[in-house]
Design a protein around this ligand. Structure first.
Ligand SMILES: [Zn+2]
Ligand SMILES: [Zn+2]
Length: 567
């Protein structure tokens, strides 16, 4: 059991207790202990063996004995008992705007609502009317919110989708079966609605494969194994393909329907046909040993999997040999938009900087929350000055990395930034973000963001639509107008790399960067591990045809500094 897992269980318990309205001090104690364990450099399981658990700050007697039960006896009854007292569908219920612990508790205790379906039924039967915590207007808005949250079912964020595919591929590999991800996983869709895996298989291996899945409910039909959805995830399909047809089937299962249709149309115009099992040209089979061969046959430049979405722009580029070299993870030299424990991060400044160095970065931009973000421990003027002193001192000791002093400044309701110019001036860069008043009209929101873009101190516009994938819809905003204004004011637009956000949407990137726009990939890291979200950012940037030149993170520290100054 590693420290991260222990911390996760502690946080899960804290949440359960909070839901059950237990003492806030107790809840806080569990949260503090979790944070403390995350910061403990040695494995906590070793400390348990040595009886040294009480040496960890914030871990009192009660919490210590809970951890000991987990580590020593594999006894998780404390977590299980607590979880049994929560509604089964708590996570889904929490996604409904306006539904917090207090209201869910009322639904659970008074109406036995455990899940979204229960809630839907209760609303249908009019059981919510007259309940004290449920004003009429709120109840009227519930069916729409319910429908939206229900539409998230069976879908996963890219991070979870890829790890589920990966787990299956490893499982197969352990039995000597070769497999790889295809479909939405290979295209790096931001939300995974189905997991497709291509499995190399000669006819006689079918039973062996079915056997090695470890999935008792898997069904095999023709050449497809279907694994039914588990834990609210999407369906998984394994396509069993003989080796000689792998490239063709990889192509056919990777691209979106629109992309494959466009390829087939193009093929038929030149007397070729792309069938399920073979490609023919004027009636004769063509040998295909790689996907590249197929694009070449069609007179197209090769298109990387990520961009095969069926946009007109893809094929237009491929036809004219204008597919650029897309951004790669190896191009990234620095990371921007990172929090520390000075605001709502869990890792300290030195830990974050060390984490960036370990990942081979030459620079890191620190941007804690600004003072209006009181819920996230935003920094007041004094805290800003203190952090700047810390950065200077640390930077002096670490010549191999440049630490940029930044801030994630709230865009206030009227579009102004969170500090006066004399404070804003002290930062190397300013990230402007919307975190509040998201219910504005489209016109008002657009005006508000445009005002922030025109602020001479704004360097980057972060998570421009505020969406939380599978949790919160974007706010109303005219993104065309926002991007145009970002171009005019030389403000970079963030691609927030947190798998829940992936905002700016990749569909809007191509034209933005073609016009000279700069994309800044921000992991929005709140811990050292969070720095690794950069990978998702690069995946999504590639979908948007972002080149290394169009991405701020590929520049070296001196260039970045210069670029900050020009804006
Ligand atoms: Zn933010
Ligand atoms: Zn942030």
């Amino acid at each position: 059991m590693d420290n991260r897992l222990i911390a996760r269980y502690l946080l899960e318990m804290a949440r359960g207790m909070e839901y059950l309205d237990e003492s806030p001090f107790r809840v806080q104690a569990y949260r503090k202990a979790a944070q403390s364990i995350l910061e403990t450099p040695v494995p906590v399981s070793e400390m348990v063996e040595q009886g040294r658990l009480s040496g960890i700050p914030g871990v009192g007697k009660g919490i210590a004995s809970t951890i000991e039960a987990w580590v020593r006896d594999r006894d998780f009854s404390a977590v299980e008992e607590l979880n049994a007292r929560l509604p089964r569908g708590l996570d889904e219920l929490l996604k409904i705007p306006g539904l917090g612990f207090k209201r869910i508790r009322a639904l659970h205790t008074q109406l036995s609502v455990e899940t979204l379906d229960d809630l839907q039924e209760a609303i249908r039967q009019g059981k919510l009317s007259g309940m004290r915590a449920f004003p009429r207007k709120f109840v009227d808005s519930l069916p729409r919110s319910l429908e939206r949250v229900m539409s998230y079912r069976g879908k996963l964020l890219i991070s979870a989708g890829l790890s589920r595919a990966e787990a299956m591929i490893l499982q197969l590999a352990s039995r000597g079966v070769k497999a790889r991800a295809t479909g939405q996983c290979r295209r790096f869709a931001e939300v995974i609605e189905r997991i497709d895996i291509l499995v190399e298989c000669s006819g006689e291996d079918r039973e062996k494969i079915l056997d090695s899945l470890g999935e008792p409910h898997a069904v095999i039909r023709n050449d497809t194994v279907t694994v039914p959805p588990s834990a609210g995830g999407p369906v998984m399909e394994l396509h069993l393909v003989p080796r000689e047809r792998l490239s063709l089937r990889l192509l056919l299962t990777t691209g979106s329907d629109a992309h494959i249709l466009a390829l087939r149309k193009l093929a038929s115009e030149m007397g070729a046909e792309i069938g399920e099992d073979e490609i023919t040209l004027r009636g004769r089979p063509v040998s295909v040993s790689a996907e590249e061969d197929i694009y070449r046959l069609l007179g197209l430049q090769y298109l990387p999997p990520e961009v095969r979405e069926g946009r007109d722009s893809e094929l237009a580029r491929a036809r004219t040999n204008a597919v650029p070299a897309l951004l790669e993870i190896g191009d990234i030299r620095g990371t921007i938009h990172n929090h520390t424990d000075r605001s709502d991060g869990v890792s300290s400044l030195p830990a974050m900087v060390r984490g960036a160095m370990e990942r081979g970065y030459r620079w890191i931009g620190i941007s804690d929350h600004s003072k209006s973000a009181y819920y996230a421990g935003g920094l007041d003027e004094e805290a800003v000055a203190l952090q700047h002193r810390e950065i200077s001192a640390l930077g002096g000791k670490l010549p191999e990395i440049t630490i940029f002093r930044g801030i994630e400044s709230d865009i206030l309701a009227d579009g102004s930034l969170d500090y006066p110019p004399e404070i804003l001036r002290r930062f190397d860069f300013v990230i402007a973000s919307i975190h509040s008043y998201m219910e504005m009209s489209r016109q008002a929101m657009t005006k508000r963001i445009i005002k922030a873009l025109r602020n001479p101190f704004t360097t980057i516009l972060a998570h421009p639509t505020g969406r939380l994938l599978l949790a919160r819809e974007p706010y109303e905003v005219d993104m065309d107008a926002v991007l145009e204004e970002a171009l005019k004011n030389r403000v970079a637009v963030e691609l927030n790399a947190n798998p829940m956000r992936l905002d700016l949407d990749w569909r809007l990137m191509d034209s933005f960067v073609t016009q000279g726009g700069i994309i800044a990939i921000g992991p929005d890291a709140h811990s050292v591990d969070g720095l690794d979200d950069m990978t998702y950012g690069v995946m999504i940037a590639r979908k948007g045809f972002v080149t290394p030149q169009a991405c701020l993170n590929t520049r070296d520290a001196r260039d970045v500094k210069e670029w900050f100054c020009k804006t």
